[in-house]
Design a protein around this ligand. Structure first.
Ligand code: A3P
Length: 325
C-alpha cells in the first residue's frame, strides 16, 4: 500500500541520514557511503529497499557493471543471445531495432523506482551497477548467474566525464551544477565516484568469479570483448545456457549478433540517435550511451600526470592478484 511504502521510504531515508556524506559544493551531486561504496541519494534509497524486497528468480541472469564500462553493449549482445529464437536477425520486430538496449534489459535499481519487487521483463535478463557486496541477498541466495564487465580505469573515467556532460545538457536536475573536471577526477581517484571505488567494484566481482562462485560469475573485460567479440559471444551464450547449435554455427548466427551490436550499427539506429531514456525520472538522450567506443581515448583528455596517478592506483590495487590491463 501507499502508506507502507511511505513508511519504508522514511526508514531508508533515516538510515541514509546517518551515513557519511561526500563533501561537495554541488548539492545535487550528494553521495553517501554505504558498505564502503558511494551512492547518490535516490539510488541508495532504492538499493536499501531492494535489499529487503527484491526477489530474484533462480533463472535470472544479472549483467553487473560499474557505469561506462560497456553495459549498453553487453545488454545488446546478451539480449540478442537470449532472444534469438524469438527474433531472427532480419526480423523487423526485433526490439533492439526500435528500443534502446537499456529499455530491453532493465537496470533494477533504476527501473524499479515505483515497485522494488517487480521489474517487468519478458526474458530472465536484468542489469545492475551495484557492487557485489551490495547486491540484494536474494540474487546470491538464488544462485543466479552473473556476467560482469569492466574496463580500463582511465577510459572508464573519461567515458564517465563525457557522459556527465551529456546528462547535464539533458537532465534538468543537473543543469545548474557543473562539477569541474578536476573535481570529478579527484573523486574518481579517491574512490568517491558513483558506485566507487571503481577498483573495489572490479575486485569484488573478480574474486567472486575466480574464488567464491567461479561457475556462476562470468568476468569480462571491455577490451577483450572488443578485440574478440565473436569468441566472447559464443562463450557468453554457453555460460547463459544457450550455446549455439551446429546449425546456428553454419548459419553464422553468432556473427550476425556481433554485427547487429557493433558500435556503428547500434549507434546509427534512429532510436539511439534521437530517443530518450527514463523520460519520467533520469531523462537522458539515448545517444549519450554511444560516444566513440574506442580503447585508449583517455589520451585525449588526461594529462600525463593524471594518467600516472590512475595507473599507480590500478597497480597498487591489482598487482598482487595478477590482474592487469
Ligand atoms: P566511450 O565513452 O568511451 O565511447 P555504458 O554502456 O556502460 O554506459 O558504457 C558506455 C561506453 O560504451 C561508451 O564509451 C560507449 O561509446 C561504449 N559503447 C556503447 N555501445 C558500444 C558498442 N556497441 N560497442 C563498443 N562500445 C560501445
Amino acid at each position: 500500500s501507499e502508506n507502507s511504502e511511505k513508511m519504508m521510504s522514511m526508514k531508508f531515508e533515516e538510515i541514509i541520514s546517518t551515513l557519511t556524506k561526500r563533501e561537495t559544493l554541488y548539492p545535487c551531486r550528494d553521495h553517501y557511503q554505504y558498505k564502503g561504496f558511494w551512492f547518490p541519494f535516490r539510488y541508495l534509497r532504492q538499493t536499501l529497499s531492494m535489499q529487503e524486497n527484491f526477489k530474484a528468480q533462480p533463472s535470472d541472469i544479472f549483467l553487473c557493471s560499474y557505469p561506462k564500462t560497456g553495459t549498453t553493449w553487453l545488454k545488446a549482445l546478451t539480449f540478442s543471445i537470449i532472444t534469438r529464437d524469438r527474433f531472427s536477425d532480419d526480423d523487423s520486430t526485433n526490439p533492439l531495432l526500435t528500443k534502446q538496449p537499456h529499455e530491453c534489459v532493465p537496470t533494477v535499481e533504476v527501473d524499479s523506482f515505483t515497485n522494488p519487487t517487480l521489474v517487468e521483463t519478458e526474458f530472465p535478463l536484468l542489469a545492475t551497477h551495484l557492487p557485489y557486496t551490495c547486491l540484494p541477498p536474494s540474487i546470491l541466495e538464488s544462485d543466479c548467474k552473473i556476467i560482469y564487465i569492466c574496463r580500463e580505469p582511465k577510459d572508464t573515467f573519461v567515458s564517465w566525464w563525457h557522459y556527465m556532460q551529456k546528462v547535464k545538457e539533458s537532465a534538468d536536475a543537473f543543469k545548474a551544477e557543473v562539477v569541474p573536471f578536476e573535481q570529478e577526477f579527484k573523486w574518481f581517484c579517491e574512490g568517491k565516484s558513483s558506485c566507487g571505488p571503481y577498483w573495489n567494484h572490479v575486485l569484488d566481482y573478480w574474486i567472486a568469479s575466480s574464488v567464491d562462485r567461479p561457475e556462476r560469475v562470468f568476468f569480462l573485460k571491455y577490451e577483450d570483448l572488443k578485440s574478440n567479440t565473436l569468441c566472447y559471444v559464443k562463450k557468453l551464450a554457453e555460460f547463459m545456457g544457450k550455446p549455439f547449435s551446429t546449425e546456428e554455427e553454419n548459419q553464422g548466427v553468432a556473427e550476425k549478433i556481433v554485427a547487429r551490436c557493433h558500435f556503428e550499427s547500434l549507434s546509427n539506429l534512429e532510436v539511439n540517435k534521437s530517443g530518450w531514456i527514463h523520460p519520467n525520472t533520469f531523462r537522458v538522450k539515448n545517444s549519450a550511451f554511444f560516444r566513440k567506443g574506442e580503447i585508449g581515448d583517455w589520451k585525449n583528455l588526461l594529462t600525463e600526470d593524471m594518467a600516472k596517478s590512475v595507473d599507480h592506483i590500478t597497480h597498487e590495487k591489482f598487482q598482487s592478484l595478477g590482474f592487469t590491463w
